[in-house]
Design a protein around this ligand. Structure first.
Ligand code: FES
Ligand code: FES
Length: 244
């Protein structure tokens, strides 16, 4: 029997005989391809979906902004609501200032009194950058409500120089020690570190290394690696910084 499949394509056909079947190239991604540019339609739908999702996200963002605005407005209202006169001493000077009930000591010091040596960082009581002395005790100003300071004596880093050997404008011995031992780099943590050290040495003029670490455990430094800080505290202690 004649093998028609092996006939060359150019071989003459007999009447009624089926012609050679041309190979159809295999369709790539045929499920997504159609006669009417289906692929493009899918892409268009996809894009439309993305646009809709984007609009939804934008809507959520707007709603979030609105909520944030309401919260801020609420805070402002609360701040404006109740106010009273805070009377205390800051760096040895009597201060009387009208403050809203919701105001924190950190805001009063920095924003109302311009004492920006007290640093604002985490505002959660974790870093100690905002440390001040309230009646000699190191306390985070970011966690202290202004009204809690009624009648208190507050010392910030600006007031510490008043206690230097030569009075106002001179450095406190603890500040000198930090300077000499390289106890700081960027300096952002330094006011808090210095004030915590002053409080430590006033209560314990010859602390052990463990006591120093414990006393400064609420002060975080992101730069120095602490070596210079420990040396500075030791130097200040050796010089009797807390024995005035
Ligand atoms: S800003 Fe107050 S503890 Fe960090
Ligand atoms: S010197 Fe930079 S955080 Fe301490």
């Amino acid at each position: 029997m004649e093998n028609k499949a092996n006939l060359p394509a150019s071989a003459p056909l007999r009447p009624g005989e089926p012609g050679p079947v041309e190979a159809v190239p295999e369709a790539k991604g045929s499920a997504e391809r159609g006669p009417c540019g289906t692929e493009k339609e899918f892409t268009g739908q996809e894009l439309a979906g993305q646009v809709l999702a984007g609009q939804e996200l934008a809507g959520q963002e707007l709603a979030g902004q609105e909520l944030a605005g309401q919260v801020l407005a609420g805070q402002e209202e609360a701040e404006q609501g109740e106010a009273y006169v805070l009377a205390c001493t800051v760096n040895g000077k009597p201060v009387e200032i009208r403050v809203p009930a919701s105001r924190r000591l950190l805001q009063v010091l920095r924003d109302d009194l311009g004492l920006t040596g007290t640093k604002r960082s985490c505002e959660l009581g974790r870093c100690g950058a905002c440390m001040v002395l309230i009646d000699g005790v190191p306390i985070n100003a970011c966690l202290t409500m202004a009204y809690q300071c009624e009648g208190s004596s507050i010392v910030t880093i600006e007031g510490l120089s008043e206690k230097g050997p030569e009075g106002a404008g001179s450095l406190h011995p603890v500040q000198e020690a930090f300077l000499e031992e390289g106890g700081f780099q960027c300096g952002y943590c330094t006011p808090g570190m210095v004030l915590s050290t002053v409080a430590l040495l006033e209560n314990n003029p010859r602390p052990t290394r463990e006591e120093v670490e414990e006393a400064l455990s609420g002060n975080l430094c992101r730069c120095t690696g602490y070596g210079g800080i420990w040396r500075a505290v030791s130097r200040a202690a050796l010089r009797g910084a807390g024995e005035s």
